[in-house]
Design a protein around this ligand. Structure first.
Ligand code: CO8
Length: 374
């Protein structure tokens, strides 16, 4: 089905604070040293395992990550705290997530040459929302003076592509002319900075995209969306158990299982083939071979995953221009990774060039869009 839906704008808001691997490792190792000293007798008695040390070399080699951005740096590296300080805001103040969502949304609207009056719906789609209701999307809608409606969606790492999938359907069905999809990935409060296996993985960011009917496009940098494709298969291998029932569970509402945790190796092994098969099937719907794709804007969780998926798709290594990597600078930003890659690496494409945006992660969930430069 060619529904004439267009991706006409993108916005990327980057937090002002950066944390390098070395800073993160120095903090974690100081925390682990203090922990081990404090629990020396239990460790000697064999009733407790000593905390192992982290290394910047391991992190870069295993993941491709060199640094990450963080919304509020204070507290995150403090070994007495190991979580950022984000003071609670009053109910009359803008929420933190709406604040960063608005930054990205304004950039995307400017990129698409759209004003509030042009937009019919706002979707805030990300890995976490900071409250259950009222929806962050409705707060953003009011702040930007957009009429129509807004709602929040949670699909972990595939929230951005699934949000765009929803927007595509709304426009294709005629229920909306133009939809703003925003991904305020404020993930640092859920990172366990005392867990060596995952303390380095995530960074904060906000991205936004504008999708609209081809009839209203007002920019020469837009892409036709040939179609969107979504897939989910349940897995416990990436999980966070924090939720509204935590208070009634009579367990520690801030315990390690309430934060992000994963079986990284299993995720790697299971998700790479799923993602490659998903993309191959999606391209086949349009009789497009992988060699005909000019750009792969893939999810940014681990550079080795992207290398493997590209090799499965192309039968060879993709070069940095074909499959840009942003996780060296941004780390894993949950659903925003493929949109950051798109935001930073699409302007050089020529008319009729085809590209694929694809996310993969918790759920498991995989979302893709096949797009073609107008
Ligand atoms: N420093 C030094 N050594 C380390 C460290 C460290 N920091 N961490 C682990 N090691 C050690 C391990 O203990 C292990 O030692 P040993 O061999 O003695 O047991 C050795 O290094 C190798 O460890 P791994 O096998 O775990 O290493 P890998 O090569 O598999 O790399 C990765 C680990 C990087 C985590 C890798 O498995 C990976 O990236 N997998 C893919 C996972 C993935 O993509 N997950 C996506 C999650 S994101 C998502 O879905 C969105 C969720 C919502 C956002 C949440 C925000 C908070």
């Amino acid at each position: 089905m060619n529904a004439n839906v267009v991706l006409s704008g993108v916005g990327l808001w980057t937090p002002p604070n950066k944390i390098t691997n070395q800073e993160l490792v120095d903090s974690y190792n100081a925390w682990a040293t203090a922990y081990n000293q404090q629990h020396q007798s239990e460790i000697d008695a064999g009733t407790l395992t000593a905390k192992p040390f982290s290394s910047a070399e391991f992190i870069e080699k295993a993941s491709g990550i060199k640094s990450r951005y963080i919304y509020r740096k204070e507290g995150a590296l403090d070994i007495e705290r190991m979580r950022p300080v984000i003071p609670e805001r009053g109910e009359e103040e803008l929420s933190n997530q709406a604040e960063i969502a608005i930054e990205a949304a304004r950039l995307a609207m400017a990129d698409a040459n759209k004003t509030a009056a042009d937009i019919d719906a706002v979707i805030v789609s990300c890995a976490y929302t900071q409250r259950s209701y009222p929806a962050i999307a409705i707060e953003v809608q009011q702040a930007l003076e957009i009429e129509g409606f807004g709602f929040d969606m949670l699909v972990a790492c595939s929230a951005a592509t699934f949000g765009m999938h929803r927007a595509w359907e709304m426009i294709a069905s005629g229920n909306a002319r133009c939809v703003l999809v925003i991904n305020p990935e404020l993930v640092s409060p859920q990172v366990n900075y005392t867990d060596r296996d995952s303390h380095f993985i995530f960074g904060d960011v906000a991205t936004a995209t504008v999708l609209e009917s081809a009839a209203t496009v007002n920019t020469d940098t837009a892409f036709d969306i040939l179609s969107t494709k979504a897939q989910t298969v349940f897995s416990n291998n990436i999980r966070s158990n924090f939720g509204y029932i935590s208070r009634a569970n009579d367990t520690d509402p801030f315990g390690p299982d309430k934060l992000f945790h994963q079986a990284g190796r299993k995720v790697f092994k299971e998700v790479c083939p799923m993602a490659a098969e998903h993309i191959t099937a999606h391209l086949a719907q349009h009789d497009i071979a992988a060699e005909q794709v000019s750009r792969w804007w893939l999810h940014q969780a681990n550079i080795n995953m992207n290398t493997l998926i590209c090799k499965k798709l192309l039968g060879r290594d993709a070069n940095a221009e074909e499959a840009p990597i942003v996780l060296d600078e941004y780390a894993n930003t949950a659903s925003a990774g493929s949109i950051i890659a798109f935001a930073l690496h699409h302007r050089d494409l020529a008319s009729q060039d085809v590209g694929v945006i694809c996310s993969f992660g918790a759920g498991y969930s995989i979302g893709s869009l096949v797009i073609r430069k107008r």
